[in-house]
Design a protein around this ligand. Sequence first.
Ligand code: AMP
Ligand code: MG
Length: 437
Amino acid sequence: MTQSVIEKLPEEFDTIYLAPEKRQDRPEFNRSLLEYQDALSICLSSVENTLPTEELSLESCLGRVLRHDQICSVHVPPWNRAMMDGYAVKASDVSRASSQEPAILSQIDDVPAGRMSSKRLGHGETIRIMTGACVPEGADAVIKVEVTRKTGDRVEFFEAVGENPYIIARGQDLSPGDTAVTVGSLITPAAMGVLAACGICRVTVSRKPEIAIIPTGTELAKPGQAIRPDQIYDINSLSLFGLCLSAGTAPVSAGIVQDRSGDLLAMLNRHVDKDLILLTGGVSVGDYDIVHETLVKAGVEEIFWRVKVQPGKPLFFGKRGKTLIFGLPGNPVSSFVNFHLFVRPVIDKLLGKREWGNEIASARVTNNRILKAGRRKFLRGKTKRTNTRLEVEALPEQRSGVFSPMLNTDALIEVPGDVQLLKSGEIVTVHLLNTRV
Ligand code: AMP
Ligand code: MG
């Protein structure tokens, strides 16, 4: 469903929107900032509905989110199933068997997987059976072939039934009425296997959220294109594209927008049908930062602007129709961190997942770090598991303008704003970054 576009582009939108001298007077520049948890709660409560659903075959649903409980309607396994190649027996017939005094039974049938024996086992009898075959009636154990010797129809057993009778009982794995996979689960390879075991071949999942990624910045150039001396390559389009893919969404790279309101409005108009728009850059209070004002001018309802976090303070969050709009900071580290803290939980909720955002854990920090009091910090960290404990190192490079240490980052260390010294040995909160594809 396409929403109405923004019809009127005021003339001044083709130039920088607000003159620097006028900016100083804007009251919103001085208002107090939202705390991280408050901003996150607001983001989540702005997601009113989960996305519509679609029905997919099992082959195409990896990484999707299940929208109905999947109830098993069969017994898994459908009959008592042999777990070994060997002989089906009555355990009591071989209870005294040993290597010196083997028990001796006579073989009355032979069942491979895929066939049922029509015979019922009596005392003194055994049936040759293969892994996966139906255990015949009357048998209550399988003895593996390695501890037997067969001579004609006579089978010697050199061991009694141990702790494991090598039978999985009918329905022991799943029974009719069992919930095989619950609503809100991510469909993993294991879930695909469980659904297949129940004979289910189609499932109802959330459709993928459609996301437009719009980088703003007159200095940006597309990787692969010739670059002027005053340009830098656009990182955010690609790093956010990867983050969006790994979050199970359908992103599009909209292309670079110059720091001009008119250009930004035109680009927004092209993406009014998206579930989510991720803008980057131009959202702070610099003279050429046109994003906040342009969004407000374009009829985007401002839900909040600026959060007391570092990195990522300039974050804008708003809504237009059903489209949620994030204005992320231009610094690639800041937008990456903001994605994990705010965008990922929103995506998870839109998708109907049971849990939203990254896993949060406690870890012992392994180095000292002096910090400036002020905003709540999310330091880049590298975790290590030692025996039973999770450890985390705060990486030496924490400036948000330097992106490459992100490669080595698998956690964000959350530090309250008043902490000025992070001491080695302290227990800290870490957000474990889940970006597996
Ligand atoms: P801004 O938020 O527009 O003030 O940008 C902050 C810093 O991030 C500036 O140094 C920008 O050049 C840089 N930056 C903004 N957008 C991008 C991007 N898409 N890729 C790489 N760097 C960017
Ligand atoms: Mg900029």
